[in-house]
Design a protein around this ligand. Structure first.
Ligand code: GDP
Ligand code: MG
Length: 173
């Protein structure tokens, strides 16, 4: 019996310039493209194999206008899971995620916290420990990665989130 293709909806959230688009495109195409000049939120739909099973990823790459521009409730309602991104080189982007946390009180789907631009340690403004503490607060996973230099680790973040989403979905069936 052929089972239907699993669909997973993920929203990538973070302050401007943290590398949300770089991470999303890296995961879906394995490529790193330096600049992404889109103006608004972009939705990608792409089939990816996870643990030998084809998964249809729908990824909403959000595009806030500034540090005060947060996702609307409908975005959270749409999501099966969230990737929350800050850059280790940008303290404001860490604070952005802290504010998102306050708006996420009723969100109970899987989340992963990502510290991007780990290749820029010489410009680090947020310590690994601060990231770990925030992740504990969210009760979610935490990974320091670099979209610019890594392929596997970026994919692992999305794969892990996918596994969590599917496992909850199967339990609730
Ligand atoms: P977004 O606004 O969050 O979607 O950020 P982008 O994906 O457009 O990336 C913003 C800038 O940061 C671009 O110039 C990227 O090339 C750069 N960037 C993204 N990821 C990394 C990374 O892991 N390391 C470094 N050094 N630069 C990155
Ligand atoms: Mg972008």
């Amino acid at each position: 019996k052929k089972s239907s293709l699993s669909e997973i909806k993920i929203v990538v959230i973070g302050a401007p310039n943290v590398g949300k688009s770089a991470l999303t495109v890296r995961f879906l195409t394995k490529r790193y493209i330096g600049e992404y000049d889109h103006q608004g939120d972009t939705k990608y739909k792409h089939e990816v194999m996870v643990d030998g099973e084809p998964i249809l990823f729908e990824i909403l790459d959000t595009c806030p206008k500034n540090d005060e521009d947060f996702p609307l409730n409908e975005v959270y309602n749409w999501a099966d899971g969230l990737v929350l991104v800050f850059a280790i080189t940008d303290r404001n982007s860490f604070n952005y995620i802290r504010q998102v946390k306050q708006e996420l009180d009723t969100f109970c789907s899987p989340i992963c916290l990502v510290a991007n631009k780990a290749d820029m340690v010489h410009l680090r403004q947020v310590s690994t420990e601060e990231g770990e503490i925030l992740a504990k607060d969210f009760e979610c996973s935490f990974n320091e990665i670099t979209a610019a230099e890594q392929v596997t680790q970026v994919a692992t973040v999305f794969h892990e989130l996918c596994r969590e989403i599917l496992s909850i979905r199967r339990k609730n069936k």
